[in-house]
Design a protein around this ligand. Sequence first.
Ligand code: PMP
Length: 426
Amino acid sequence: MSRNLELFERGKQVIPGGVNSPVRAFGQVGGTPRFVKRAEGAFFWDADDRQYLDYVGSWGPAILGHAHPDVVKAVQEAATDGLSFGAPTEGEVEIAEEICRLLPSVEQVRLVSSGTEATMSAIRLARGFTGRDLIVKFEGCYHGHSDSLLVKAGSGLLTFGNPSSGGVPADCTRHTMVLQYNDVQQLADTFKDLGDKIACVILEPIAGNMNLIQPSAEFVQALRSLTEQHGAVLIYDEVMTGFRVALECAQGLHGITPDLTTLGKVVGGGMPLAAFGGRADIMAKIAPLGNVYQAGTLSGNPLSVAAGLATLRLIQQPGFHATLGARTARLAQGLAETARKAGVVLSSDSVGGMFGFYFSEQVPTSYAEATRCDIERFKRFFHAMLEEGIYLAPSAYEAGFVSIAHDDALIERTLEAAARAFARIA
Ligand code: PMP
């Protein structure tokens, strides 16, 4: 029996579904999850010692590839000096300075341990700052699993969300409106009706949780101007896009200055670290300065900070994002070309080190369009690639991630494997 299967069966006895985060269970694609034994650069090895070229990269953090020696060394050195203190450290000041320097919209920043905490805290802060309750999010954008964000769109014209998870009281989502990504008219109408009640709008400025979906320039401009006009806080959730799509993040690419930004993934270099920050007048509302409470035993953990700082330094090397972006674009374009040659309908897109491919004629622009692609084809392609030793996200609705360790030769190797996989599923 495969050791992966053995571990999965054992895990299921003591861990719900055998995994500590649902997508890892291969629920959408079926089959046995690969249990990772170790990882290095662009590769990981599973419990059967089989090697995979990894396009998940811990769902975003591994922008340098796995186990980059400088990052590992930074963590080892930090560990020698103690694991957690519950008192401030120099590293926290340094990483906060670095984040503020890299993101002009962020005047002050607070460190937390997960993206979920970052967005939950940013929303509480926006509500505390504005004294308003309503929040606006977009269908298909994921911002972690805090109660008020686990909402699905209401049916028909109802924009007030219903809980998308058991255990979330309808009361908790009563103040959350769910609008359609890229729908400028709906956004404008909503602000016209309820603008003075909206505390904040939160969005994935380049969505990666409904496959990769980019906003139109009109949409991001409307978001900025409407929130500004109505005194609502604009929150760019850059947990996924932060330092991955560009050094200046999605906000830099869009030329938009959000009021608050959330970060995670890359900023922690693979360790549990996330952050929220932005305008100093808003951040001043957070305890201990203000009355909006937020705290954490492991916030600003020294090992996480060390990994984050080492990562932020390395990604600032000249040409880093240009190289990463060019390789990712080659992969995305190559996938579409290879599919076409095999007679498979496929479109693709990429921004910086993030990519999407869609079993549909056109690149989708909304959740409704993203969920219209051919899921059965995706599943067969996923497994065909897995057999080729290429590990893609085990879900059709997740973006893919490329690291700087994915060199040109590895991208070409992936495209050769894809040609064989497309031929098999055509
Ligand atoms: N926001 C976005 C945009 C994300 O992609 C994610 C996680 N994929 C989160 C928030 C939540 O982050 P975490 O899983 O670290 O809680």
